[in-house]
Design a protein around this ligand. Structure first.
Ligand code: FE
Length: 290
């Protein structure tokens, strides 16, 4: 673990909460129960992010069937496990195990077929899957994949004891585990084990949101209850966002530079045009993925 002492950052003007979004309970894969926090109607507003799912259950019936072989093209998937264990296998030949606190960052690019299956028969499984769009010139890039074990995710602890796990981007001078790409993503996991506050710097042009998955938080000037996503205003004069907890709480903060390109989605394919989607379906059906 890479815990570093904070070099303090204070916002001069915090982003404010634009709206609160309640996730939608749904099922995906072979019947895994989850909450879809970022749904398709928010893709433009939260460009470059396409989807955020939160799964949490200690009932194996909710997750044991997993996500058998399925394709992706045109974007990246980020899986962040809070509890439990998930095995990944793909058509490129990669295989890996994501454990508690670990991250998998997969670039589907021109096409990949993979499975994501629980590696446990019982106990709690909890985590997130985020979809990050790729710019037009990288949608057909070579598929890539990286596993970051929990122990290799850098952390910074503030003077008030707030722990920030830096999955991507930067926080208080600490650089995340995932190299910066075309949208310079920020993906932080904030742990308040006691009352406390912390300010986080964000590039002003990034679209950003926070999802509170334990307890409740004040984000900017707004109260955000448990299991709500706060869409944060994108404003040039705000240099970051402030968080305050009055009791133990946890949240992920996610931000990225918008691509401002057309978004065409058909299930697990996300391209710029309808024709490109049809091509993706043809390529998949004729076995032309990686
Ligand atoms: Fe997948």
């Amino acid at each position: 673990m890479n815990t570093t002492t904070e070099s303090p950052f204070r916002v001069s003007r915090s982003r404010r909460v634009e709206r609160l979004v309640e996730g939608m309970p749904t099922q995906d894969g072979a019947g895994v129960k989850l909450v879809r926090v970022l749904t398709q109607d928010l893709q433009r507003r939260l460009d470059p992010f396409l989807m955020l799912d939160n799964f949490r259950s200690d009932d194996p019936g909710d997750y044991i069937a997993g996500f058998p072989d399925h394709p992706h093209r045109g974007f990246e998937t980020v899986t962040y496990m809070l509890a439990g264990c998930m095995r990944h296998r793909d058509s490129v030949g990669n295989e890996g195990l994501i454990n508690s606190g670990g991250v998998q960052w997969m670039t589907a690019g021109r096409g990949i077929i993979h499975s994501e299956m629980p590696e446990q028969q019982d106990g709690l499984m909890e985590g997130f899957q985020l979809w990050v769009n790729l710019p037009a010139n990288l949608k057909m890039t070579t598929p890539g994949w990286r596993d970051i074990p929990g122990a290799q995710v850098p952390e910074v602890i503030s003077a008030e004891g707030v722990r920030v796990r830096v999955i991507a981007g930067r926080a208080h001078g600490v650089t995340g585990a995932v190299p910066q790409g075309s949208v310079d993503p920020v993906f932080l996991d904030l742990h308040f084990d006691a009352p406390g506050s912390i300010d986080i710097e964000l590039p002003p042009g990034h679209n950003a949101f926070a999802y509170v998955y334990r307890g409740s938080l004040r984000v900017g000037d707004g109260a955000v209850p448990q299991q709500r996503m706060a869409v944060l205003e994108t404003r040039a004069e705000a240099d970051g966002v402030s968080f305050r907890a009055d009791a133990p709480a946890r949240a992920v903060l996610i931000a990225g530079r918008p691509l401002n390109e057309p978004i065409a989605q058909y299930g697990p394919f996300v391209m710029n045009t309808h024709d490109e989607l049809m091509q993706a379906v043809r390529d998949y059906q004729s076995g032309n993925f990686a």
